[in-house]
Design a protein around this ligand. Structure first.
Ligand SMILES: [Zn+2]
Length: 77
């Protein structure tokens, strides 16, 4: 598996593919999760983090739908 550092060096201007408009980041070591939104008109670029197994599970299940409903009305997840 290629490490993020190596990939970033190979493609310095393309670390975030253009078709990605949001990213769910889950840290399984520290048991936490957050959501980052890349839409240019987003009023809240970061959601979370959520901590703990139950909170992380619920966050992963619902955050994209909730974020779109709150900040990008009309977009489909
Ligand atoms: Zn957003």
């Amino acid at each position: 598996m290629t490490s993020p550092a190596v990939r970033a060096r190979d493609t310095p201007d393309r670390t975030v593919p253009q078709q990605i408009d949001g990213l769910l980041i889950v840290d399984t070591d520290k048991v936490r999760a957050r959501y980052e939104c890349y839409r240019p008109d987003c009023p809240q670029r970061r959601e979370g983090p959520a901590f703990g197994p139950d909170a992380v599970l619920e966050f992963v299940r619902a955050i994209k739908t909730e974020h779109l409903a709150r900040h990008h009305y009309g977009e489909k997840p």
